[in-house]
Design a protein around this ligand. Structure first.
Ligand code: GLC
Ligand code: CA
Length: 563
């Protein structure tokens, strides 16, 4: 491995600053709060911390709407706090990766304020402005819908034209066709790197190149959304833009930086191109296939994922990026409901085991694992009581439109409880004091009442906790080369409850066995070479030691064997 590939042996921890640790009692997490918790992250052993956006922002989408890329929102602290965070993280051997949100800005960004001021403003062309259609010009320029419900176009009365916003109307899309936009973004990125940050997680970065004709979208069969995706996902110039960014920002830096592109709708074939080190685009991408499973015609119709589909999907990504490119691995982030509630079991008798099982399966795949804050505690979805408890713009908009369209409020609420992003954004559960030790004030989002039992203080004190299991998984990645570098082979793809695979590297073989069910699972028909594996060493398990490495798996049991 060259130094350029250090990220293959690394584990990234994602912080959603708003919900991580409040330091001043205003109920919102902040940068000084993160600094206070660096010892905790060092104990967990993570190599990199990725921060969701902390820049100046009106917070329409909790900071993914940025009004100044080169300053910190006062809610989160100051630039001096960030300098101090970088310094103190580096002192512990932890790298800091910032969120880069450049598909769009806030409508309060000075670039947009100028752009909307007149049709001949020099920054007019920095965004996507189009006249309306129809006799009066009162119809949107095309039929695309926003990811946050409703049309993707907003009429701006000042000049009588529409601007494109794939997300909220306070998130106008930047026009990457304009070279001035690109250079302004690259200059801003260089400024952050000069300040000491170690890379970027690039928000919806495969949406920056759009079909400039902005044609109407065909309705997608089976989907209720008129989705323009064909015209802006992995668009005509995307590879060119990413390579230009690489050359302008990353090339020639003394240290290899981390780049991960968030890419909805990316295929394995696209990902090979994006992540081939020879092509100098990004190190890895976040793909969405596995978290899209079990979702019906409408984003909010969700059912339990069939394990065979999960294995088929993740297995295909393992295979597709085996030789060229690299995977990122995640169950959770700030946009996903909690993994233990979704793929595991949050029933009291299975929560700890299934959270450890999910960690084991994910971290033993080939790729760089991401841990989302609280995942290492087995934090669960939140029992939100009423519609008013949901605060996220996506959930709020969906609820309002679905109710207005005559939907059944109870059914809509039930969908939100399962699928809302708010599930990921409840305060981090630090201890069993008021508000889980997150704030001395009123938390901005409801604390999950299970914090009295599920919290970091209890987990750190208990050697059998989910936390210590994650700590061991991270340590193993650093010490057992087959985990970072080994080949991956899926076993028993058609088994409905067994997730099993091997990893092989220079004469070392690892076998992962995981029972995704509350029933005992006999392995005798599924393990080839039973003699060999029954004599193998167990590197890690999630329950009391089994009678033998190949004994039947107990409910939600996972084992890592070294043969
Ligand atoms: C990404 C972010 C999400 C945000 C959206 C718009 O998907 O992860 O939180 O709402 O982009 O920036
Ligand atoms: Ca605060």
């Amino acid at each position: 491995m060259t130094d350029d590939q250090w990220f293959r042996e690394a584990v990234v921890y994602q912080i959603y600053p708003r919900s991580f640790q409040d330091s001043n009692g205003d109920g919102i997490g902040d940068v000084p709060g993160i600094i206070r918790r660096l010892d905790y992250l060092e104990q967990l052993g993570v190599d990199v911390v990725w921060l969701s956006p902390i820049y100046t922002s009106p917070q329409d989408d909790n900071g993914y709407d940025i009004a100044d890329y080169q300053d910190i929102d006062p809610t989160f602290g100051t630039l001096a706090d960030v300098d101090s965070l970088i310094e103190q993280a580096h002192a512990r051997g932890i790298r800091i990766v910032m969120d880069l949100v450049v598909n769009h800005t806030s409508d309060e960004h000075p670039w947009f304020v100028e752009s909307r001021s007149s049709k001949d403003n020099p920054k007019r062309d920095w965004y996507w402005w189009r006249p309306g259609r129809g006799a009066e010009g009162r119809d949107a320029p095309n039929n695309w819908e926003s990811f946050f419900s409703g049309p993707a176009w907003e009429l701006d009365e000042a000049t009588g034209e529409y601007y494109l916003h794939l997300f909220s109307r306070k998130q106008p899309d930047l026009n990457w066709e304009n070279p001035e936009v690109r250079e302004a973004v690259y200059a801003m990125m260089r400024w952050w790197l000069d300040r000491g940050v170690d890379g970027f997680r690039m928000d919806v970065i495969n949406m920056i190149s759009k079909d400039t004709a902005l044609p109407d979208a065909e309705p997608v069969p089976g989907s209720s959304m008129v989705f323009g995706g064909d015209h802006f996902l992995n668009g005509p110039r995307i590879h060119e833009f990413l390579r230009e960014m690489h050359a302008s920002v990353f090339e020639g830096r003394p240290e290899k930086l981390l780049t991960v592109g968030e890419m909805p709708g990316v295929t394995v074939e696209d990902a090979v191109l994006y992540t081939d080190p020879e092509r100098h685009e990004v190190d890895m991408v976040f793909q969405f296939e596995h978290v899209g499973l079990g979702i019906g015609a409408h984003k909010w119709d969700r059912s339990r994922v069939d394990l065979r589909d999960l294995k088929a999907s993740l297995g295909r990504w393992q295979e597709g990026l085996a030789k060229v490119g690299w995977n990122s691995l995640y169950w959770n982030n700030h946009d996903q409901p909690r993994a233990v509630s979704r793929f595991g079991s949050d029933a009291p008798e299975h929560r700890v085991a299934s959270a450890k099982l999910l960690g084991t399966v994910l971290h033993l795949h080939r790729g760089t694992p991401y841990v989302y804050q609280g995942e290492e505690l087995g934090m669960t979805n939140v029992p939100f009581a009423t519609a008013a408890d949901f605060l996220d713009i996506e959930s709020v908009n969906y609820y309002a439109l679905a109710v207005a369209a005559g939907g059944d409020a109870e059914h809509i609420l039930a969908n939100l409880r399962i699928g809302s992003r708010d599930n990921a954004r409840s305060p981090m559960q630090w201890d069993d004091t008021t508000n889980a030790g997150f704030t001395t004030g009123q938390p901005w989002s409801a604390t999950n009442p299970n914090y009295t039992e599920i919290n970091a203080a209890a987990a750190v004190a208990d050697p059998e906790s989910v936390f210590h299991h994650y700590r061991r998984l991270i340590e193993l990645r650093h010490t057992e080369p087959a985990i970072a570098h080994g080949d991956f082979t899926m076993l028993a793809p058609d088994h409905p409850t067994l997730y099993a695979f091997t990893r092989s590297h220079e004469g070392t073989d690892l076998l992962v066995l995981a029972n995704f069910s509350g029933d005992e699972l006999d392995l005798s028909d599924t393990i080839t070479e039973p003699d060999r594996w029954s004599a193998s060493t167990m590197l890690l398990g999630n329950l009391a030691d089994p009678a033998s490495p190949t004994a039947p798996l107990r409910p939600w049991e996972a084992r890592l064997l070294k043969g």
